[in-house]
Design a protein around this ligand. Structure first.
Ligand SMILES: [Zn+2]
Length: 127
């Protein structure tokens, strides 16, 4: 495999879209060619630290990997195991958001409408 062929295949190598023979050829070339290893590292860096937009979350990356693996008929990677604390914390945030929304709705529905009457009452008493 030439350097040009190797560099053309690096994108597919990174995303695991090469067949087994192509992958083996690229790996054989990479063992002998520091220039192509440097190219692969630069490509991986460019892909993984894309300067445009926000980096994908780990969950999004896992979903893409699963979808690609299913599409290609490869072994589907296992679902990431959530840390024990993640679910209660997420539930806590959701519950807090709901409580805040209810409080804001209540304040908007009842708060300002009662103020003028109360102020009128105190104004009359003070005169
Ligand atoms: Zn090379």
């Amino acid at each position: 495999m030439t350097c040009e062929q190797s560099r053309d295949a690096l994108f597919g190598y990174h995303f695991a879209t090469l067949n087994s023979d192509e992958r083996t050829e690229v790996e054989r070339h990479l063992l002998e060619c520091r220039g192509c290893v440097a190219e692969l590292i630069a490509l991986k860096r460019a892909i993984e630290t894309a300067e445009h937009g926000f980096p994908a979350s780990n969950g999004a990356k896992a979903r893409v990997r699963r979808a690609v693996a299913e599409e290609l008929g490869l072994a589907v990677p296992a679902r990431p195991v959530r840390a024990r604390w993640e679910r209660p914390v997420a539930f806590g945030f959701a519950a807090t958001a709901v409580v805040c929304a209810v409080l804001v709705a209540h304040a908007v529905a009842t708060g300002p409408a009662h103020l003028p009457r109360a102020q009128e009452g105190t104004a009359i008493e003070s005169r």
